[in-house]
Design a protein around this ligand. Structure first.
Ligand SMILES: Nc1ncnc2c1ncn2[C@@H]1O[C@H](COP(=O)(O)OP(=O)(O)OP(=O)(O)O)[C@@H](O)[C@H]1O
Length: 621
């Protein structure tokens, strides 16, 4: 308030004051008037502070100056008023004094120079005091400035340190950011691991449940086991008893096996004796039924005897004066089968002979007779079980008997072959291509054919398959040449090799079961036979008559047996010798117009029947 009043004073006084003094007053107070309108300068407060409390510590003033310079200045300026007011002789004379002085100056008489000088001296002293105070303020400010400069230097140092610190922090921050990234990755991993853990925990729980159930099961099983163990202990006792029993039974079985073997050997001996008594070559006669049914008048088969057959022929009187005469031709064979005999009946008679093949004897069975007399039917038969012929039945019997003998320690190997002899040349019926076949005789008198298929067989079905193949190959050849099968011999051979290694005596046998379907035996009618037919007939007749010759040579124990005169006898020599059992079927056609051929066949068969070929001995080593 005082300052405002003071600032207005020079303005008012300028109009009133004398030119000389008013200029000084104007210079003195004009800045003060400006100061009230302008913002206070920064250093003012310090001056004011120094004036108000010069005894106050400079630090407080410094702090005030640094922190709030503008406001402080304001406060200091306001505070300066009273201090000046309290200054006594400055304010009093300037305020009221101004009024007074002004009034005094204006009231001083122009001549009152002394008064004016006094006023001027008062003013002068005021100014001096003010200058002194300003100088003191200046000194304080200088000190403060030095302090501030030191402070600024410190601050700069601090700033620099802070910056370095910031740099360090930034680096640390970078490191920390890296660590943060790692942490984030680790966190991600942690999350996935937590999930996995949760999953595993679930599984673990499931496993625990499973384990619990297994533990329960185990407990149950343990209980069962203990029960079983006690049962087992009981059973072990029983087993021991049974083992002892089995031991004694084994001993008994061994003894019985030995006995069985002795009996088996005895059976074989007796079987052979029976065969010998029956003759090593036997002839069965079989009469085919008439094609249209009915009974044949010229063939008589006495009902009481199944060994006789009589052919009756009525001869007309040439002159007509005498009665017609009847000639009977009677033949006796080991067995005669009438037209009603079944395939089964036929086989029963020869099954004993087939058994001989397993007992170590060569066996040969062949069918002789004119074309259409029933040779193929007898040997092969039809494919149905009831009408099956000798070959399939013999094969079945052989394999069944071999299986039974297997229980007594016998092991058998079988080899099958099927060959056709046509026009004195050989054909492999188990092979479709053409091959050069040659009959060879080894040093140990074994007869083999070079290039022939010898098929290893282990069961009946395999053999039947081979027979079917042979028939197929034979019928193919038949289509090329009419009625070829009637004009060729077919020879089925089953080589049997048996070993009994289980006993002290090693029994080994090698035999052949030979089943032959001969060519038609009808004689050659010279006028009708020409070219190929003539050649065929010559070959057939030659081989069949040589068969007869060989058999009678064997019967009369001649030194030389002409086996090599025909392929048939050469091939069958092992089965026709003294070491074999031979069965011949003579097949008869019942038609009257076959009378001549029938008589011829029966005569041939009768000759064979009369032969007694030496005693056969088993092929055992
Ligand atoms: N005992 C029989 N019972 C019924 N039918 C038979 C009998 N014997 C033969 N036959 C029939 O007579 C016909 C001629 O028989 P088969 O073919 O066996 O004579 P084959 O002597 O073998 O003649 P080939 O010399 O031409 O071969 C055939 O149809 C056959 O089925």
């Amino acid at each position: 308030v005082h300052r405002i009043k003071m600032s207005r004073l020079p303005v008012m006084s300028s109009k009133r004051l004398l030119p000389g003094s008013s200029a000084e007053n104007a210079q003195e107070y004009a800045p003060a008037a400006k100061k009230t309108r302008k913002e206070p300068e920064p250093l003012k407060p310090f001056a004011a502070a120094t004036v108000i409390g010069s005894k106050r510590p400079p630090a407080a003033a410094t702090r005030a100056g640094i922190s709030k310079p503008v406001r402080g200045a304001g406060a200091a300026t306001v505070a300066a008023g009273p201090s000046r007011a309290r200054g006594g002789n400055i304010t009093q004379p300037v305020g009221p004094g101004a009024k007074t002085g002004g009034a005094g100056a204006s009231k001083r008489k122009p001549w009152d120079l002394k008064g004016k000088v006094t006023d001027m001296e008062v003013r002068m002293r005021n100014y001096q005091t003010k200058v002194k105070s300003v100088n003191e303020e200046n000194e304080v400010l200088k000190g403060t400035m030095v302090q501030n400069q030191t402070r600024v230097a410190e601050m700069e140092k601090e700033l620099k340190r802070q910056r370095e610190q910031i740099g360090t922090y930034e680096k640390e921050l970078q490191v920390l950011s890296g660590i943060r990234d790692e942490l984030e990755t680790a966190l991600g991993e942690k999350t996935s691991l937590q999930k996995e853990l949760a999953n595993l925990e679930g599984k673990y729980k499931a496993m625990e449940t499973l384990v619990d159930s297994h533990v329960t099961e185990l407990a149950t099983l343990k209980m069962k086991l203990s029960v079983e163990e006690s049962t087992s202990a009981r059973l072990q006792g029983t087993v021991r008893e049974m083992e002892e029993e089995v031991c004694s039974l084994k001993q008994t079985v061994g003894e019985q096996e030995d006995e069985l073997h002795v009996r088996e050997m005895e059976r074989r001996r007796l079987h052979n004796t029976i065969q010998e008594l029956k003759g090593n070559i036997r002839v069965f006669c079989r009469v085919r039924p008439l094609v249209g049914g009915g009974v044949s008048k010229h063939i008589q088969l006495p009902a009481a005897d199944n060994k006789l057959i009589t052919l009756a022929k009525t001869e007309e009187s040439h002159t007509g004066k005498t009665m017609d005469t009847q000639r009977n031709y009677s033949f006796s064979f080991d067995r005669v089968f009438g037209p009603g005999a079944s395939q089964q009946e036929i086989f029963e008679e020869i099954s004993l002979l087939v058994q001989s093949a397993l007992d170590g004897y060569n066996v040969c069975c062949f069918a002789y007779g004119q074309t259409g007399s029933g040779k193929t039917y007898t040997m092969e038969g039809d494919e149905f079980s009831d009408t099956r012929g000798v070959i399939p039945r013999a094969v079945q019997q052989i394999f069944r008997a071999a299986e039974k003998l297997g229980a007594q320690g016998w092991e058998f190997n079988f080899t099958a072959s099927f060959v056709e002899i046509y026009n004195e040349s050989l054909k492999d019926l188990l092979h479709t291509g053409k091959r050069e076949l040659e009959i060879r005789k080894s040093t140990n008198n074994e007869v083999t054919i070079t290039n022939l298929t010898y098929e290893k067989v282990t069961n009946e079905d395999q053999v039947l398959g081979l027979i079917a193949l042979a028939n197929q190959n034979r019928s193919t050849a038949q289509t090329a040449q009419n009625d070829r099968s009637s004009r060729s011999h077919s020879v089925f051979q089953l080589d049997i090799e048996g070993v009994n290694g289980g006993r002290d005596i090693k029994c080994k046998s090698r035999t052949t079961l030979c089943l032959v379907d001969l060519a038609g035996s009808e004689r050659m009618v010279k006028s009708q036979s020409q070219g190929e037919r003539f050649k065929e007939m010559t070959a057939i007749n030659g081989s069949l008559s040589n068969l007869g010759i060989v058999i009678s040579a064997l019967a009369s124990k001649e030194n030389y047996i002409p086996y090599r005169n025909s392929k048939l006898t050469y091939l069958l020599q092992a089965c026709l010798g003294g070491n074999s059992k031979t069965l011949m079927f003579v097949n008869i056609a019942p038609e009257p117009d076959s009378f001549g051929e029938t008589l011829n066949s029966l005569r041939f068969a009768s000759k064979v029947n009369d032969c007694v070929i030496g005693t056969a001995s088993a092929n055992r080593k």
